[in-house]
Design a binder for this molecule. Structure first.
Ligand SMILES: *Cc1c(COP(=O)(O)O)cnc(C)c1O
Length: 431
């Protein structure tokens, strides 16, 4: 089987002359799996179409935001109506208030909220606030967790950074790196050691409470609760980065799923409904330290942008219990089918799922942290990936990313995906 990528190929070659790697975000270049990334022309519901006219069932969903599916008619209408009223004012608007209140409905521990324009901005702002509030400089992050491309986070970061094996990006100063302490996910003893080694200087722990950027990893029982207890004991803040997991693993994210109250939460992806938005928020006494009420400076020309809040608010309004029930039904069918496909060929690959996020690790042993994630058979994953692509199934182009299912995916789409899965597994393991 072979489909044509002729037009995509020509455009990517042209793009490489004007943009690094021909892309504006590294994972899109397909470096981890090889080959030519299809140039996407349009999307609707669960599908993408490329410049060569190929159609794909999409399990990337723009890396998380598109939980309602692409070009949802009401989201599109909301953006169009907003655009007709002007695209940016740099002044307060009603939709920003409604959106912040809506976010607090899902995440009650976000007593106050600040909207920004990306997940990266949300995490950078949250740690600035944490440092200001605690008057401490150091930060603990976990190997393989990704918090956007802020300097403090590009220390053993996941996502593209994991895939490309450049966990410590050049350009990050030694001083910044020294303030970021690294821990292994699921290792509470390691956290205790860091706090005894650096008493009174750790401002916060930032974590993807369920990591989705080194594959999708499960917290072991007591791990997240333990982080809450240790940070309280040491006067450090706990920051849940739910940019990916918010509204995904449960309506109220990991925070709801585990009933833990972090001090600060960062959001992005779904809250923008496909437009650029991020948010951070949490304890009111902390958020009151943000300018203009408090001294911690943080601003944005396009923050709370009218188009972004129109798309975001409309998306959040559609996230009903009925929608989550339907998503769960589709995702369960996908999970069961993927497992059945593995059994059929006698392979016991490790598969994880939370809500509408899922990961198929090319590893026969459980993956509990970044060290174990790196033992996956990425060559077999690449063969599987391309076999799926040729069969019209668009998966994340790297082992260390999660699959995202949308409310637009139908049982027929899943059936088609599972048929492709069976054939792709045979190809992945034939080499
Ligand atoms: C995607 C992501 C970010 C960064 O968000 P951007 O909008 O790409 O800047 C931060 N944290 C997590 C957990 C993410 O998945």
């Amino acid at each position: 089987m072979s489909i044509s990528f002729k037009r995509s190929q020509a455009w990517i070659e042209r793009a490489r002359h004007i943009m690094p790697g021909g892309v504006n975000s590294p994972v899109r270049a397909f470096r981890a799996v090889g080959g030519t990334p299809p140039m996407i022309r349009r999307a609707q519901g669960a599908y993408l179409w490329d410049e060569d006219g190929n159609r794909y069932i999409d399990y990337v969903g723009s890396w998380g935001p598109m939980i309602l599916g692409h070009a949802h008619p009401e989201v599109v209408a909301a953006i169009q109506a907003a655009a007709a009223d002007g695209t940016s004012y740099g002044a307060p608007t009603v939709r920003e208030v409604l959106m912040a209140e809506k976010i607090r409905d899902f995440f009650p521990s976000m007593e106050m909220v600040r909207l920004v324009s990306s997940g990266t901005e949300a995490t950078m702002s949250a740690i600035r606030l944490a440092r200001a509030a605690t008057k401490r400089d150091r930060l603990i992050k976990f190997s393989g967790c990704y918090h956007g491309h802020g300097d403090s986070f590009l220390i053993a970061a996941g996502s593209g950074a994991t895939t490309f094996g450049v966990p410590n990006s050049p350009g990050v100063t030694a001083g910044t790196a020294a303030d970021t302490l690294l821990a292994e996910y699921n290792d509470l003893a390691g956290i205790e050691r860091l706090f005894s080694e650096y008493p009174d200087s750790i401002a916060a722990i930032i974590i993807e409470p369920i990591p989705g950027n080194m594959g999708l990893i499960q917290p072991e029982p007591g791990f997240l609760e333990g982080l809450r207890e240790i940070t309280l004991r040491h006067g450090a803040l706990l920051i849940f980065d739910e940019v990916m997991t918010g509204f995904r693993v449960a309506p109220g994210g990991v925070t709801e799923l585990f009933g833990i109250r972090p001090d600060l939460i960062t959001l992005g992806k779904i809250i923008g409904g496909g437009l650029p938005v991020g948010a951070y928020g949490g304890r009111a006494d902390l958020m009151q330290q943000v300018a203009p009420v408090g001294p911690v400076y943080q601003a944005g020309t396009l923050s709370g942008n009218p188009l972004a809040t129109a798309a975001g608010l409309t998306t959040l309004e559609h996230l009903t219990p009925a929608l989550y029930a339907r998503l769960e039904d589709t995702c369960k069918q996908l999970e069961d089918g993927l497992r059945a496909g593995l059994s059929a060929i006698g392979r016991d690959l490790y598969l994880t799922r939370y809500g509408s996020m899922l990961c198929l690790f090319f590893s026969e042993t459980p993956v509990r942290n970044y060290t174990e994630a790196r033992h996956c058979d990425t060559a077999a994953f690449a063969r599987y990936f391309h076999a799926m692509l040729e069969r019209g199934v668009y998966l994340p182009a790297a082992q260390f990313e999660a699959f995202f299912v949308s409310a637009a995916h139908t049982h027929d789409d899943i059936q088609h995906t599972l048929q492709a899965h069976q054939e792709a597994l045979a190809i992945a393991f034939s080499a």
